[in-house]
Design a protein around this ligand. Sequence first.
Ligand SMILES: [Zn+2]
Length: 151
Amino acid sequence: MIGHKHCPICETPASQGCAHLSLAVEAREFVKRCVERCQGQKQFRALCVERLRQRRRTGEWVPERDDFTWLETAFCEEFLKRLAWFGGIDFEWRTGPKPGQGGFWVLLWSKDPQRLWWDLRDEFERQIQKAHAGEAKADPRNQPEFRSVPP
Ligand SMILES: [Zn+2]
């Protein structure tokens, strides 16, 4: 059947599930579920706020929602792909209980899903810190007399 995937690590059909299937969820739920699974809700929110602040300051156009907050491919580019425990993502068409209820599901693979989740939460934290550090360097007004928060 079209679009039926196998685990890239052990070749088990995705529909059967195996230890490497970190997440199988409808595409529109993907980002939310990843954030939940790594228990990084707080970090992720902080990161979104930080990104928004940066764009506003640089005068960049600000979309209503950043792509990575809802689009699985953008989230993957931004966060998952750089993780050592990331094993890949696949898309699979799955049918729902009634006709017309089918949808695209995202399958997330990892040799060790638990480590992948830990890694993801760390990545959020790393990016928050990077954003803070970049901000201090990039802003020419960031002279001590203009500093609004203590260093
Ligand atoms: Zn497997």
